[in-house]
Structures are given as structure tokens and as C-alpha cells.
Design a protein around this ligand. Structure first.
Ligand code: ADP
Ligand code: MG
Length: 698
């Protein structure tokens, strides 16, 4: 077995390769572009392109692509080969700086939410040199941003980079005030824990709902589910272990720091966590991880399900976005410091996050809103749709003392009066881990837990970065003009704690009583569904904040709102269509087949004994037969509802109609079919059962 250190990152044009393959002038010029965002010189671009091509060709690559993340949520690529005709009839391999820096894919088939009429089909992709190029399937992939010719972002990466720049700008202002002149820039880091299900390809292919929608639209509960909790951290089955090993190896080759793999709570559910890295790189890596999971699963005769709720009654899959802010000098600004002075700086950044999460609860909820994730949030397995923050007991006590200007008693029973100059040294709270909080402080980072497993982490981080940049801006504006810095700082912290205390909650987020308190007493927002929250993207305060930090233009926000709602509608409409088709061509015929058998059995019984009384066959036949009629009726109703939805032109009304009418019909239809499943002979049932699916991998 090869040593990991021998092949880690072997498919990445990373710093090591750059150093080796580029002249020192070209290298240092490129490094400046990467670290400080300086524009790339044309001659440098040509030299980099040339070296990149030679390196890629030496690794067997024949094509290159600008790899980008359109608003569909998946990644996109258009492959061009390196070959150019040569005069002698042969070919030469070419790749210029121009081709490296800018590409022009036909943008007309990617969602743009009205930004770009189809006749202006051309958008362009621009290299993001802060994310390394890599080789996948013999193709050199160049991570890029994707924009329209007017410069509007048509992807998720552009606003993400803008949000990182916004946070950097405001955090630098604060650090200046603290005299941190050695710091050149501030960046955010993310570690994204990814959950997924593995089932066998054989079972998957027999379920049209999984094929078309990624989730099961029907299926009665299996006799055994997750109630034994025996899967979590349980022994990994050999077939799954092989998959994980293969996956780790492929990810390592791509320079992705896959670190832990374990079983999750639900049967067939697993998790992968990488070591954290710069946010935009972490975003690329998470997209690649999801892609590789599916590819490698296929190699093992498996299918990787990334849907948020593939199985009803079984935990869904999420993604935890572990987020922190640090300086180029290696200081984590969310880490409580060793000295009181460092602690004040920490408290300021902590308060900035508290204010951000409270002020922009709606944007955080919006950033994770999809039709799939609506099934998860608030379903007693994932955080509720209400955003709140967990800080742990010790930090909460520190904040209480600051707010009330009282004594703080540390865990070691030291009592002290808190002032900016005499803040105590406190330990990070690692003991009290609250798994039910949507936004939890975990010692030196925040863990945002509302993301769905298939979400791009870009969206959540765009909103977190922007909202925190806004808090820091407000703070910097105030502190820069303050006559007495310490006094102003103390007041600022106190004011933040007072105003935003309502977002802090250390209790059980899964408790119904909390939702009641959060919404009725504290006035926190509770957007249960995508149509509930998405239109708030365009609320005045949100538009104002996001445009003022140049993260989005107003046009971009409008288009995003429309696209997200469109995606929602499309997804549910496909689900409804699939249900109708499965009921009419699969379930109803199966039930009829079984009722016919029951009728025959009744006739046989009667032939043997004319006086035979009503027995099992008859009662089952009656029940199933009438259930079948109800199912057929419900299916027709669903069809009619679908027509009404389709006819609705306005996207907001359309998504509301889906939430209020289509989805309830779908749920009712499902309940009836699932009941029929429990009464029908298994050999007659047309699709694999939950037990077949969940326990298929052995
Ligand atoms: P868990 O949440 O399962 O207890 P950990 O706390 O060890 O696991 O880490 C979860 C994720 O958080 C990992 O991806 C890890 O790399 C990431 N992480 C750890 N420290 C930081 C940090 N300072 N900033 C961002 N992510 C971090
Ligand atoms: Mg976690």
C-alpha cells in the first residue's frame, strides 16, 4: 500500500507544483495574485497556463475545463481539448493564458432569473486563482467564477468571494483599532461535515422516485429503523469500508483533507468530515466531495444519496458548516485569548457574530432553503427552522456579567468584576456540546447546522460572512470615532448583549416548548418552508446590507430569489408527477392483482364450503379494495392540483400553492399507499420496501 504522503494532492496544481514548475518571478507574481488579490499580468498568465498544461498532460490529461458552480446547485463544466492543428497535419497541445483566465460557455441553459435574456446567451467564466486547478477524469479543471457580460454573478462563487472580501475589510478596521498592525488580511475558514446514505444500485434502480427525485415518495416503515441506535459509530460493514477507503484515496489525490468517516444514526447513513480550510476552497472541496461520493459509490455497485430526506421516518442528512475567522498571522479571532486584552478582542468578534445571527436570522434560514431541506428542519432530528445560538454556560455567564456590570464567577470559583481592562481568562467550553442548536459555539468556531446535505455551502457562508461584516462595520464606525476607546468598547459589548440576548438559547432546540417561547415570547422568526422565507431575501434591510457590502447587486438578489423559488417549484412538481405515475402504473395494478387473488381465494373457500363465513380474505379484500378507490381518487385530485399549479404564472403564488395544496395532497396520497403496503402480499408489491432499501448493503 502506497503511503498517503506520496500521493496526497498529486492531481492538484498546488503551491508545491507551482514552485517547481514556474520561474521564481512568475511564481512570486502569481502568489501575490493569490494572497492579495492583485490582478494577473498577461505574460504571467501565459507562463502559468503553459506550465499547467505541461503538468496536466504529463498526468494524462487531454482536456481542460472551466469548472464553476451555477445556481442549479451542482457544478458545471464544458470540456475543450488541448489539441490545435499543426501545419504538418499532426496536432500540438496548446493552452494560452487567455484560455486560462477567461472562458465563454454558452450561458443560456443555466438559470439566471431574468438577468440575461436567452439571446444574450454568453456569460463568461473567470479563473479564481485562490482555488487550485486540479485533474479529474483526464481533464484539467480550472475553478472559476461565472458572470454575465454585464458583470452580474450567475454563480455562487462570485458572491462568496465578495463576502470574504467584505469581512476582511471590516475586520481589518477593527484589528487596526486593537493595534494589530502586523496583520495583512483576515480570512474565514470552514470545515463541512457531510452526511449521506449508501444503498445498493440494484435496489435504487427499481425505485423510480429515487431515480427521478432523490427521495422515496412512498414506503411503509420497516420493522426495524433507527430505534436501536446501533448504527451510530457502529462497526462499518466491509463493503462500505471499501467504499470509504476508495473515496478517501481519491479525495486525497485531489488535495482534499478527508479526515473522519463514520456511520451515522440511521441505518445506511454515514458521514465524512474534512479538515477545515479557507472558505472558498472548502466550498470547491465540498462540491468535489459530493461528486466523488457518487462516482465512487457507482464503482462499488452502490448509490450515494445526498438528498436531505431520502426516507420518511428515518433521520435525514445534513451538513455542518464549522466556521471561523482568522488572520494571515495565524490567530483565530474566535478563540478566547490567553490574556484579558486578547479576550476583549475575542468578545468583540463573538458579539459581532451574535448581532449578525440575530439581525439576519432570515438570511441564514434562506441560505439553506430548498424543497429537500424543508422536510428536515424542525422534524425533531435536525435543528428547528427557528435560528438561535448556543454559547455554553461559561461564556453565557461572562456575557451576563458584562451586561449587568456584576461579578463574574469563573468555573474555578474566582470572582471578579468585569471591565474591559480586567476581563478574566476563561476556558473554552467544550464539555457542554449542544447538538440541537442551529448555530453553536464550539470552543473556537461556530457550527451552523441547518444546511441540507445537498446544499452548496457557498450560500450559508455568503450570508454569515456578510452579516458579520455588517456588525463589524457598525462597531468600527462607532469605535473609530470614540474619544475613550475602552469605554466605548465596553458600552458596545453591553449594548449588543442587551439587544440580542433573545437569540441566545442553551436549551434543547428540539423541544416544542422552545419553538413556542422563541416565536411567542422572544419574537424570533420561524420560517417553516422555502416559500415562507425566500421572498424575505428582498426585504429592504437585507437588500440594503448585501448591496452596501457589494456582495450582491439588487438585480442579482431579485434573480436569486426567483431562481430559488423556481428550483423549489420544479422539484416538487417532478415529485408529484412521479407519484402519479407510480400510483397509476405500479401501486394500483399491484393492489388489483392482490385483490383478484383474494377474490379467487374467497371463491375457492366458498366452493369448498358454501356456508363459509366472512373471513380474513373477505375483510382484507374489502379494506384494500376501498383503499384502492381512495388512492385512485386522491391521485386524480393531485393531478388536478398539479394543473392549477402549472397554470400559475407568478412564481411566489406558484410556490405558495405548492406548499398549501400540492404537498398536502402528496402527503395524503402517500399515507394511503403506505397503508395499502402493509396489507398487500410482499411478492405483489411493485417496488423495493424500506427494509430492502435500508438494509440492502451488507
Ligand atoms: P464534531 O463537530 O463532530 O465534534 P470537530 O469539532 O472535531 O467534530 O470538527 C468538526 C469540523 O470542524 C471538522 O471539519 C474540523 O476540521 C472543523 N474545524 C475545527 N476547527 C475549526 C476552525 N477553527 N474553523 C473552522 N472549522 C474548524
Ligand atoms: Mg459537527
Amino acid at each position: 500500500m502506497e503511503n498517503v504522503t506520496d500521493f496526497f494532492g498529486c492531481l492538484v496544481f498546488d503551491d508545491r507544483v507551482m514552485k517547481e514548475k514556474l520561474s521564481s518571478e512568475v511564481y512570486s507574481s502569481l502568489r501575490k495574485t493569490i494572497d492579495e488579490g492583485l490582478a494577473l499580468d498577461k505574460s504571467v498568465a501565459n507562463a502559468v497556463a503553459d506550465a499547467m498544461k505541461d503538468w496536466a498532460v504529463s498526468k494524462g490529461a487531454t482536456h481542460y475545463t472551466h469548472w464553476f458552480q451555477p445556481l442549479t446547485g451542482v457544478t458545471a463544466e464544458k470540456h475543450d481539448s488541448f489539441i490545435e492543428p499543426a501545419a504538418d497535419g499532426n496536432v500540438i497541445l496548446e493552452f494560452s493564458g487567455k484560455e486560462l483566465i477567461k472562458g465563454e460557455p454558452d450561458a443560456s441553459s443555466f438559470p439566471s432569473g431574468g438577468i440575461r435574456a436567452t439571446f444574450e446567451a454568453r456569460g463568461y467564466t473567470a479563473w479564481d486563482p485562490t482555488s487550485y486547478a486540479f485533474i479529474k477524469d483526464r481533464t484539467l479543471c480550472i475553478p472559476t467564477a461565472f458572470c454575465s457580460y454585464g458583470g452580474e454573478a450567475l454563480d455562487k462563487k462570485t458572491p462568496l468571494l465578495r463576502s470574504m472580501a467584505a469581512l476582511n475589510k471590516q475586520a481589518m478596521r477593527i484589528l487596526k483599532l486593537f493595534g494589530r498592525d502586523d496583520v495583512k488580511y483576515v480570512t474565514t475558514s470552514v470545515g463541512a461535515e457531510q452526511e449521506y446514505f449508501l444503498i445498493t444500485r440494484e435496489m435504487y434502480e427499481k425505485r423510480p422516485d429515487l431515480l427521478f427525485t432523490g427521495r422515496t415518495l412512498f414506503g411503509a416503515k420497516p420493522p426495524k429503523g433507527q430505534e436501536m441506535d446501533d448504527h451510530y459509530f457502529g462497526v462499518i460493514k466491509p463493503r462500505v469500508a471499501k467504499f470509504m477507503e476508495d473515496l478517501d484515496n481519491e479525495l486525497w489525490k485531489l488535495g482534499i483533507l478527508a479526515k473522519t468517516e463514520h456511520n451515522e444514526v440511521a441505518p445506511a447513513q454515514h458521514e465524512l468530515a474534512p479538515i477545515y480550510t479557507t472558505t472558498n476552497v472548502a466550498t470547491d472541496h465540498n462540491q468535489l466531495t459530493m461528486e466523488m461520493m457518487q462516482k465512487i459509490a457507482a464503482r462499488h455497485g452502490l448509490v450515494c444519496l445526498l438528498h436531505e430526506k431520502p426516507f420518511e421516518g428515518v433521520n435525514g442528512s445534513g451538513k455542518h458548516n464549522n466556521w471561523s475567522v482568522s488572520t494571515d498571522t495565524g490567530v483565530n479571532l474566535l478563540s478566547p485569548g490567553a490574556t484579558p486584552f486578547e479576550n476583549v478582542q475575542f468578545l468583540l468578534f463573538l458579539c459581532a457574530v451574535i448581532k449578525a445571527v440575530d439581525d439576519y436570522q432570515d438570511l441564514l434560514r434562506i441560505s439553506v432553503a430548498t424543497a429537500g431541506n424543508d422536510h428536515r428542519l424542525g422534524a425533531n432530528e435536525a435543528p428547528p427552522a427557528v435560528v438561535s445560538m448556543f454559547l455554553g454556560d461559561e461564556l453565557t455567564a461572562v456575557l451576563d456579567a458584562i451586561e449587568n456590570d456584576t461579578h463574574y464567577e469563573s468555573a474555578k470559583k474566582e470572582k471578579m468584576k468585569l471591565g474591559v481592562d480586567v476581563l478574566p481568562r476563561f476556558n473554552k467550553d467544550t464539555t457542554d456540546r449542544n447538538r440541537t442548536s442551529p448555530f453553536a459555539f464550539t470552543g473556537n468556531k461556530f457550527e451552523f447546522r441547518m444546511l441540507g446535505s445537498s446544499n452548496s455551502i457557498a450560500c450559508a457562508n455568503i450570508m454569515i460572512n456578510s452579516a458579520v461584516a455588517e456588525s463589524l462595520k457598525v462597531y468600527a464606525d462607532e469605535l473609530e470615532g470614540a474619544a475613550d476607546f475602552n469605554e466605548a468598547l465596553k458600552n458596545l459589548l453591553r449594548k449588543t448583549i442587551k439587544e440580542h440576548r433573545k437569540i441566545l438559547f442553551n436549551g434543547n432546540g428540539y423541544d416544542d416548548a422552545w419553538i413556542e417561547e422563541a416565536t411567542k415570547v422572544r419574537g424570533l422568526s420561524n420560517f417553516k418552508t422555502t416559500p415562507d422565507c425566500m421572498p424575505h431575501l428582498l426585504d429592504e434591510k437585507n437588500v440594503q446590507m448585501l448591496t452596501s457590502h457589494h456582495v450582491f447587486s439588487e438585480v442579482e438578489l431579485k434573480s436569486r430569489c426567483e431562481i430559488m423559488l423556481e428550483n423549489y417549484c420544479k422539484q416538487v412538481i417532478i415529485e408529484a408527477n412521479t407519484m402519479i405515475s407510480m400510483v397509476r402504473t405500479g401501486y394500483i395494478p399491484a393492489i388489483m392483482g392482490y385483490t383478484t387473488e383474494l377474490a379467487n381465494a374467497i371463491n375457492v373457500k366458498k366452493a369448498a364450503d358454501v356456508s363459509a363465513s366472512v373471513g380474513y380474505e373477505t375483510t382484507t379484500l374489502r379494506k384494500l379494495s376501498s383503499l384502492k378507490d381512495f388512492i385512485a381518487g386522491k391521485c386524480d385530485e393531485l393531478g388536478i392540483s398539479l394543473e392549477t399549479v402549472r397554470a400559475q404564472g407568478d412564481i411566489v403564488s406558484k410556490s405558495n400553492l405548492i406548499r398549501d395544496e400540492l404537498l398536502p395532497h402528496m402527503n395524503e396520497l402517500r399515507t394511503m399507499v403506505d397503508e395499502a403496503e402493509t396489507m398487500t402480499a410482499a411478492y405483489k408489491w411493485p417496488y423495493p420496501s424500506y427494509a430492502d432499501l435500508l438494509f440492502s448493503v451488507r
